[in-house]
Design a protein around this ligand. Structure first.
Ligand SMILES: Nc1ncnc2c1ncn2[C@@H]1O[C@H](COP(=O)(O)OP(=O)(O)OP(=O)(O)O)[C@@H](O)[C@H]1O
Length: 267
């Protein structure tokens, strides 16, 4: 099967400097697979995502290597090709989900307008479908969410709304930047379950996190990033069990400490 997303020798430099912010990164994700970029703050995770999403200002950054989505060369694609891919086939869930939504428009209207462009369903059919999706992503009162403005919902609820939008568009690929950072354990589990469901439905997932717990829960492959480079890679449980890299160990220890702390607080 063709990988949905293939990154080959991706490097990112500031045009004003010589340091590589990201150095020679390569990976591929097929439909129904997940890959996690894991590393401390400043390791280059968000830069890598921004290159995949074509968000880096070419006046400021020099990007080399290639990023392919199926047959499309994303770094050299036309505006028209990009419009057909981003927000449709590739859905981005940003760290702050509020930024992905229009603050002045009710959630239901935003979803309805998007759906209207992508389907020939009637108004009533669209309403019923959107309500079912909001229910399926675990929002208890879908009609209230439909009528709410984004600022009326919590971060976790907004993330669910964006996941519902990805499902609505039948996205092939979801890219999520730190989707669990602002959530408590219960909400984190719920969100990861939704990502696992999408994976089971054939969606490819690229997730950025600094949290080993999230990586272990989602499973799949992990790339350990440090100072813009991949220093270790493999199946996440196997890296967790067998790593000898001091950097990876330090992130695992941070995770173990937070588990011990949570257990201590519970007892
Ligand atoms: N807009 C920018 N201009 C210049 N350098 C930047 C910019 N954004 C990030 N960098 C630099 O690029 C490197 C990688 O940063 P990046 O944001 O990708 O890290 P990260 O792993 O995503 O960290 P975090 O978890 O804090 O988001 C860092 O050295 C950072 O200082």
């Amino acid at each position: 099967m063709m990988p949905s997303l293939m990154i080959d020798h991706l490097s990112i430099n500031l045009r004003s400097g010589t340091d590589n912010l990201v150095s020679e990164i390569s990976f591929a994700i097929k439909e129904g697979e997940s890959l996690i970029l894991l590393g401390q703050s400043g390791s280059g995770k968000t830069m890598t995502c921004s290159a995949v999403l074509n968000l880096l200002d070419p006046k400021k950054f020099k990007v080399s290597g290639s990023v392919f989505f199926g047959e499309t060369d994303l770094l050299n694609s036309s505006e028209k090709q990009r419009r057909g891919i981003y927000g449709n086939q590739i859905v981005y869930i940003p760290q702050n989900p509020m930024t992905a939504l229009d603050p002045s428009m009710r959630i239901g209207r935003q979803m309805d307008e998007t759906l209207r462009l992508h389907s020939d369903k009637s108004r009533q059919q669209r309403y019923n479908y959107i309500l079912r999706l909001l229910h399926d992503v675990g929002l208890d009162d879908p009609d209230r969410v439909y009528r709410a403005y984004p600022h009326m919902l919590s971060g976790g609820m907004l993330q669910r709304v964006i996941i519902a939008m990805a499902m609505m568009l039948d996205a092939k690929f979801v890219l999520a930047d730190e989707p669990t950072t602002a959530l408590d354990v219960i909400h984190r589990n719920g969100i990861i379950d939704l990502f696992s469901q999408m994976k089971a439905n054939g969606v490819g997932i690229l997730m950025v996190t600094h949290d080993f717990a999230t990586a272990l829960q989602l499973g799949g492959s992990v790339l350990m990033m440090k100072e813009g480079k991949i220093i270790e890679s493999g199946e996440v449980q196997s890296v967790f069990d067998h790593t000898t890299e001091p950097y990876t160990r330090s992130l695992i220890e941070a995770y173990s400490l937070s588990c011990a702390f949570t257990k201590g607080a519970e007892s």
